[in-house]
Design a binder for this molecule. Structure first.
Ligand SMILES: NC(=O)c1ccc[n+]([C@@H]2O[C@H](COP(=O)([O-])OP(=O)(O)OC[C@H]3O[C@@H](n4cnc5c(N)ncnc54)[C@H](O)[C@@H]3O)[C@@H](O)[C@H]2O)c1
Length: 371
């Protein structure tokens, strides 16, 4: 086991301190990590999806069993459809039938769907119990697993509204074992790169070189020095998000909003294309939409716009999509939590938030990414 970095963040909510660990070999050694060793823990509730359970379920259970505590398991279907009230109710039922108490700790093992769903369940079951995330996708290790936004999707008639119900509640710990990423299919690496490229556009890091290195997972599958490089890139992204969440945990100061770069259009496309594109792919399209609006408003130079779009392309992310109905995407945009305001780009590492954009210009941007 090697803990490459131990980051901790205390945010301005009493008693909310989150421990972030990044390393490898952590999964098989959970019993050696302080965050799992609180003496008054009665049992562990493990939430995972069926894919991840098949690969890592037994290892996590036997790792937790070393602490001599019972592990109660709930498995849900893999994919966005599990971020729903129905699934949350069913998982709460499984846990409530099995001796959940205020001294239980909920462990999530999975990608962003599981960390979002598990964070939500942890914040409502028995009015709240501690949650520890074991994020298993690149996207969840660099983004979804941290920051405490625990949302589920809501279907209103035929519309899927992303993350419309939920809570902001920080996890007790986020333990990112980069070894878990070795089993990710290539498409899930690309998915994670969609959020990673957002950090580069918004904060100027990780570097383009670090982003491109992620594209070739074989390099870090068999070589420990490459694994350390991978961990460093993940830590770089985590540090950006942790610093922002610490300063603006409830998104009230205009800082945390920056993390939504690419998400306004991205979420609307994700809602309309449900399941066809990954979250990261939708964020990449949303980023291009933000680039187009930023250049039209003369906030950003054409040269920067070309650099961003070329980088997105080089990472294997989509720059356009065929099929979605523009009117339906526009309708979904009207449900956005920021109600018509956008995070836009002046330069790499320089964002502007809360910009009201005319509907006509939004449509022009949509026509650039939706063919
Ligand atoms: N809360 C936040 O701040 C935040 C931020 C970004 C994204 N999100 C949310 O995250 C979700 C997307 O997360 P995701 O992309 O991780 O999707 P996901 O959880 O659906 O995981 C993607 C796929 O990878 C599989 N998988 C997971 N770990 C694996 C592993 N180690 N090896 C092999 N397969 C594995 C899963 O079974 C699933 O099929 C979206 O719902 C998005 O809204 C939340």
């Amino acid at each position: 086991m090697k803990i490459i970095k131990r980051l901790s963040s205390t945010i301005d909510i009493p008693k909310q301190k989150t421990i972030h660990l990044v390393g490898y070999g952590l999964l098989d050694n959970l019993a050696r990590l302080d965050c799992f060793r609180a003496p008054d823990v009665k049992n562990f509730l493990l939430l995972t999806d069926i894919n991840v359970y098949k690969i890592y379920g037994k290892r996590v259970i036997s790792s937790l069993n070393k602490l001599g505590k019972e592990v109660i398991v709930a498995r849900v279907a893999a994919g966005e459809q599990s971020k729903s009230f129905d699934t949350a109710i069913s998982v709460c039922g499984t846990f409530l039938e099995n001796r959940v108490s205020r001294k239980s700790v909920l462990i999530t093992l999975g990608g962003g769907v599981i960390t979002d769903l598990g964070g939500f369940i942890g914040s409502i079951i028995l009015r709240g119990i501690p949650v520890i995330h074991l994020p298993s996708t690149l996207l969840a290790q660099i983004d979804a697993g941290l920051g405490g936004k625990n949302g589920i999707d809501l279907w209103v008639k035929d519309k899927m509204l992303k993350n419309m119900v939920g809570k902001i509640e920080q996890a007790h710990a986020v333990v990112s074992d980069v070894g878990l990423l070795s089993s990710l299919p290539k498409r899930e690496i690309t998915n994670g790169l969609g959020e990673m490229v957002k950090y580069w556009v918004g904060w100027g890091k990780p570097s383009i070189g670090q982003l491109l290195a992620m594209k070739t997972p074989k390099r870090w599958r068999n070589d420990s020095s490459q694994v350390e490089e991978l961990a460093k890139t993940i830590i770089c992204c985590q540090q950006i998000k942790i610093d922002i969440v610490k300063q603006d945990p409830f998104e009230t100061k205009g800082l945390r909003e920056k993390l939504n770069l690419g998400h306004t259009i991205g979420h609307a496309i994700e809602g309309e294309t449900f399941g066809k594109l990954s979250h990261g792919e939708c964020v990449a399209l949303g980023l291009i939409g933000a680039v187009k609006i930023s250049t039209r408003l003369k906030l950003m130079k054409q040269k920067t716009a070309i650099q961003i779009i070329e980088t997105i392309k080089n990472l294997g992310l989509p720059t356009f999509i065929k099929g979605p109905n523009i009117e339906k995407v526009t309708k979904l945009l009207s449900y956005d939590k920021k109600r018509g305001t956008f995070v836009l780009i002046k330069e790499i590492g320089d964002l502007i938030t809360g910009v009201k954009v005319e509907a006509k210009l939004v449509k022009i941007a949509l026509l650039e990414v939706i063919l």
